[in-house]
Design a binder for this molecule. Structure first.
Ligand code: SAH
Length: 464
């Protein structure tokens, strides 16, 4: 049997007409039916491409020039956009970004969930799609002369981009705080972590600022158990920047890709900050998940609340509840809300958040949702509504089974990955639920990430 060879060779230059976009926002052009994926190319464009990788059924190319340009192409405002791995869509008009995300959700519904006719509403756009992120996790390195530098990694590498002064999707306060910590640490000659040799000290500077409160938390992550010049660092930061409410030292002594270590010590102030979404105040600890785009989060949670359609006699389960954000939105209208979350610090925050806001109808449990929910069922809990908001990999199979076993009237599914959302919807549909509406929300402008919320109704006619 002869294998059909790819019609291009590595390092060859070809002229391509781009017809489509991948999920990551790369342009797709074909040579004799063989697709090449090319970052920064847009549909309708033509350009020369250097072939950089050839697989059996598809390849990758580098855009050398644009001979025919799309009207949707815009000049990226960021100086390091083409080097950085953070954003993928700055060369596209915002309308085109939204359109791409909308289509992605629609396609996932059709191709993965096999839901041809479910309404996918127009994506909820962000008024000003810049400077929205309330949290930054910035790697620290050294220039050739030993001076500290901070910046995101170059695409597909762990090399820090030199000369990165600002990030246009980041809250300006966070930008300035990263620079302040770096400047002070440099003055005290605290060395950066060297990943290759697993030596040095400073690994990452994490900054989170509450949009409504302007409270800032700084987390300094080191390889070493001690933070050199800790007292001087803390003194200068806290005295110069009164909006800093918390400074935490986190220790990550492993030679690993992950940013955070297990051990955190609060070295100044409290170990948390506050923020507000709508009329609810939230306490957020260093290790707790908190949505990164506050104005869009409010729109997302309002939609989740609308879809949950909770009445005063309803019981709600919020699986993957984090610090209880969605739970407390639901608790405004429900009789009782049960939240479950795997990170213990987040549950401590959730309990405190319920207390602080005067909710007596919300209970929170630490554990894996897929284990806690069957236990709840065994205790006789029969929720009217279940809300899930899982990480990118979607719901655990056991959790989907547990949800079906609880037979709620409605399920609200919040997702940051349309593919796993669609996969899980198919399982829920096969288990007797019918997807009613899907609402994409642009939580991450300039990047290819897509958020969506949808709701399903139990189809009583098919239940045994
Ligand atoms: N609904 C919250 C959190 C969503 S993020 C909000 O909007 O803020 C997803 C959360 O699921 C994270 O807090 C993560 O720690 C948690 N998580 C991940 N796997 C889990 C599991 N198996 N069981 C329970 N929670 C889990």
């Amino acid at each position: 049997m002869t294998k059909k060879a790819a019609p291009v060779k590595k390092n060859e230059t070809v002229r391509l007409k781009f017809e489509d976009l991948t999920h990551e926002g790369s342009g797709v052009g074909k040579i004799n039916g063989y697709p090449l994926f090319v970052p920064y190319a847009l549909p309708g464009e033509e350009g020369d491409v250097k072939v950089v990788k050839v697989n059996k059924n598809f390849g990758f190319g580098k855009l050398l020039n644009v001979k025919k340009s799309s009207e949707e192409r815009v000049e990226p405002p960021c100086d390091v956009y083409y080097k950085c791995g953070g954003c993928q869509l700055q060369h596209m008009s915002y309308d085109m970004q939204l359109n791409m995300k909308q289509e992605q959700v629609k396609n996932a519904m059709k191709k993965i969930a096999h839901l041809e006719s479910v309404p996918v509403h127009p994506i909820i756009r962000m008024e000003d799609p810049w400077r929205y992120r309330n949290k930054v996790q910035m790697p620290v390195g050294e220039k050739a002369d030993g001076e500290l530098m901070t910046g995101f990694y170059q695409k597909r590498s762990h090399r820090i981009i030199e000369g990165m002064e600002t990030c246009n999707i980041q809250d300006e306060v966070n930008d300035r705080m990263v620079e302040a910590v770096r400047r002070i640490a440099d003055r005290f000659n605290i060395p950066a972590y060297d990943e290759k040799n697993d030596t040095g000290v400073l690994r990452h500077i994490v900054v989170r600022t509450g949009e409504a409160t302007n409270d800032t938390m700084i987390v300094i992550i080191t390889r070493t158990p001690d933070l050199p010049h800790q007292d001087e660092l803390v003194d200068e930061l806290s005295k110069t920047y009164p909006h800093i409410k918390s400074i935490v030292h986190n220790i990550n002594d492993r030679q690993t890709n992950s940013i955070w270590g297990k051990k955190s010590k609060t070295i100044w102030g409290e170990g948390y900050i506050y923020d507000k979404i709508g009329d609810i105040t939230f306490k957020i600890s260093d290790k707790s998940f908190y949505q990164v785009n506050p104005p869009q989060t409010k729109k997302l949670y309002d939609k989740a609340l609308e879809y949950a359609n909770v009445g005063i006699n309803d019981t709600v389960v919020d699986a993957y509840c984090g610090i209880g954000t969605i739970s407390l939105f639901m608790a405004k209208e429900a009789k009782k809300v049960y939240g479950v979350e795997v990170v213990p610090e987040a549950i401590t925050d959730a309990k405190e958040n319920a207390r602080m806001n005067g909710f007596t109808n919300a209970e929170f449990y630490v554990g894996e949702a897929e284990k806690v929910m069957p236990w709840w069922t065994a205790q006789g809990l029969e929720p009217d509504v279940i809300v899930v908001d899982p990480p990118r990999k979607g719901c655990d199979e056991e959790l989907l089974k547990a949800m079906l076993g609880m037979k709620p009237k409605r399920i609200v599914y919040v997702s940051c990955n349309p593919s796993t959302l669609a996969r899980d919807l198919r399982i829920l549909e096969d288990g007797g639920y019918v997807t009613q509406e899907v609402q994409p929300v642009d939580m991450f402008p300039q990047t290819h990430h897509v958020e969506a919320v949808c709701w399903l109704k139990r189809d009583v006619s098919t239940q045994v």
